[in-house]
Structure formats: structure tokens, C-alpha cells
Design a protein around this ligand. Structure first.
Ligand code: DAH
Length: 344
């Protein structure tokens, strides 16, 4: 039995020599030291020996199992350390590397410009119309008819306005002025509102024109509103938005829905009034149209023009941003080049 024990120990030592991983070590542990392992099989037979032999063989069996166990433990520690080293080497982190930068998004220049304009008008007593009073898809009634635009006006032409396939009278609005009609319908003055939003025009795209852009419409109707009020409010807006030193001018103009009508120009920031490509050599860029609401328009929405009067205006958001930040191409707002966007 002694010899048997020695033999098993030798085999186990031999096996141990060949082991190369913790997993293989566990196999050996199972083979020799588990309950069904070879040593246990021998220990089971101890009961058949004499007391004397039992003591000797038992002691030897214990000694050998302990030796084997400590050899296994030593191997285990060795492999564990080796495997850990390997893993650490593979997963090594170089903390001197610069790291991955995730750039932060920000408000689009058109959004911040719109918000700025809106908050100026809010400070002057205007409130923003609810969304449903400023839809981008309109009937011709709101985009043209109710605004006193004649049936044969060239703006109605498909060359200028996008008609939809929803119905022959449904258009992508070409101006935010339709919001004036929504704001007045079924309401009594005083009405003092603004309506920011997107408009669409069938244009050839170039540095100055895109086939959609943004406007902010304004309307003030009450008893005794005069052209002086119009000038006062718009001059105050310009003073706050551009600062007092930027030259501006009022020009008379014509719109079907206002009488009299005016346009406001701001000195071109690109050439400081000397004349350049952007301002077609004039030194000025138009930022808005305005005027006293035409009595026909008031009558159309059931407001008596003998009692009430009002002024309206519509400004281009891209124009206002271009003129404040010297943006010389309207397409920059829409092709979303981060190098442009992140400057603002
Ligand atoms: N809707 C005009 C346009 O898009 C701008 C405009 C002019 C708006 C006069 C107005 C206004 O409210 O009174 O060119």
C-alpha cells in the first residue's frame, strides 16, 4: 500500500510538471485529491489493515496528500500571478494619452437670434402667438386673400410660391403675415403679438437667397395706433438689437396689406456702407417691411377700421443675424458646418 501511495504521488508530481494553467491544475486536484480521487480510494482500504500498519500508512497518506496540496498551491500561486501579469499587460492604460474629446452642442445662430429678437419685443409689450396661429402650411386665404393680395399678384405665381398637392389652394407659406389674420380672427383689440417662423419661396439658391428662411411677424392693433408708434417701436428694437451707432433708414414702400408701407434698411456690415456684392453696391440691406394695417385687412377679420388702427411688420431673421455677425452667405445657416456654427 505504501508503494501504491508512492506511485500515485510520483504520477501526480509528473502530471504537475506538465501543467500550464490554473484550469489544468484543477483537473489534477480532482484526479488525486477529490472525494473520488485516487488517494481517497486508498484511504478507504485502510480499515482492512492492522492497527500498526494503519498508523504508518495513514501517516504516510496524510503526509503525501499535504505535500501534493502544497505543491498544487504553489503552482496555483505561480500561474495566478502569471495570468494576472499577462492581463495587466494587455489592459494597460496609458494615462498620459490625451483622451477622447466629445464636442458640446450649442444653440444654432438662428435660434439664438430669434430668441434675442423675441425677448426684445416681449420687453416692449408683445407676446408670442400660439403655434397653431402660425402654421407653415397655409391656405391661400391666409397667405394672400385675407392680406389683400390681388388674385393676379405675381407673388402667387408657382414661380414664387410652393403649392402643395394637398389641395390646389394649400401652400407652404411664403410669409409669416398670415399669422396676423389668425391673431385677429374672432378677437377684439388691443392685440399686440409677434409670430416667429419659417417661410418658403421658390427661389434660385445663392449667397443671398435660400428657398426657405425665417421671419418674425409683428402686429399691434388698438384705438389710436399711429405711424409714430410704428417708428418708435421699430427704432427702439433696432437700437437694442444693433446698438445706437448702426446707421439705419426708413424708406417708403408698398405692400398690399399695409397703407402706408415702409421698409427699413441697415447699413451693410460687410462694406460699412461703401457698397459690395452682398448689398448689391448700395451700402444698405433691407431688414424688414412694415406699415399701417390696411383697412381692408381689418374689415376682413371683423375689426372696424373707423375705430381701430394698427401697424404690422415682418423681418428676416437670417438678414438680422448676417448684419450683426457679418455672415456673408445665407447658405452657411443651413449646411450645418460645425466650423461655422461653433463660432457663435
Ligand atoms: N410679408 C412681407 C414679406 O415677406 C414683410 C412685411 C411687410 C410684413 C409689411 C408686414 C408688413 O407685416 O406690414 O416681404
Amino acid at each position: 500500500m505504501k508503494e501504491q501511495l508512492e506511485k500515485i504521488y510520483q504520477n501526480a508530481s509528473c502530471d504537475l510538471e506538465k501543467v500550464s494553467s490554473i484550469a489544468e491544475l484543477e483537473e489534477i486536484r480532482g484526479k488525486y485529491l477529490s472525494r473520488k480521487g485516487e488517494f481517497n480510494e486508498i484511504k478507504k482500504n485502510l480499515k482492512n489493515l492492522s492497527d500498526e500498519d494503519k498508523r504508518v500508512v495513514g501517516a504516510l497518506a496524510n503526509e503525501i496528500t499535504q505535500k501534493l496540496e502544497s505543491a498544487l498551491r504553489a503552482k496555483h500561486d505561480e500561474f495566478y500571478k502569471k495570468e494576472l501579469d499577462e492581463k495587466l499587460k494587455q489592459e494597460r492604460i496609458d494615462i498620459t494619452l490625451p483622451g477622447k474629446f466629445t464636442s458640446q452642442g450649442r444653440e444654432h445662430l438662428l435660434t439664438s437670434t430669434t430668441n434675442e429678437i423675441v425677448s426684445i419685443f416681449q420687453s416692449l409689450g408683445f407676446s408670442v402667438v400660439p403655434k397653431e396661429h402660425s402654421p407653415e402650411v397655409e391656405t391661400e386665404y391666409y397667405n394672400f386673400d385675407a392680406l389683400n393680395v390681388p388674385k393676379d399678384h405675381p407673388a402667387r405665381d408657382v414661380q414664387d410660391t410652393f403649392y402643395t398637392e394637398l389641395a390646389s389652394n394649400v401652400v407652404l407659406r411664403s410669409q409669416t403675415s398670415g399669422a396676423q389674420i389668425h391673431a385677429m380672427e374672432g378677437k377684439n383689440p388691443p392685440i399686440r403679438v409677434i409670430a416667429p417662423g419659417r417661410v418658403y419661396r421658390n427661389e434660385n439658391i445663392n449667397a443671398r437667397k435660400n428657398n426657405f428662411f425665417h421671419q418674425i411677424e409683428g402686429l399691434y392693433v388698438d384705438k389710436g395706433v399711429t405711424f409714430g408708434d410704428l417708428k418708435g417701436v421699430l427704432n427702439e428694437f433696432i437700437r437694442i438689437y444693433f446698438g445706437a451707432s448702426r446707421p439705419t433708414r426708413f424708406r417708403n414702400s408698398f405692400f398690399p396689406f399695409t397703407e402706408p408701407s415702409a421698409e427699413i434698411d441697415v447699413q451693410c456690415i460687410m462694406c460699412e456702407g461703401k457698397g459690395c456684392k452682398i448689398c448689391s453696391g448700395t451700402g444698405w440691406l433691407e431688414i424688414l417691411g412694415a406699415g399701417m394695417v390696411d383697412p381692408n385687412v381689418l374689415r376682413g377679420v371683423g375689426i372696424d377700421p373707423d375705430v381701430y388702427s394698427g401697424f404690422a411688420f415682418g423681418m428676416g431673421v437670417e438678414r438680422l443675424a448676417m448684419l450683426k455677425y457679418a455672415v456673408d452667405d445665407i447658405r452657411l445657416f443651413f449646411n450645418n458646418d460645425e466650423r461655422f456654427l461653433k463660432q457663435f
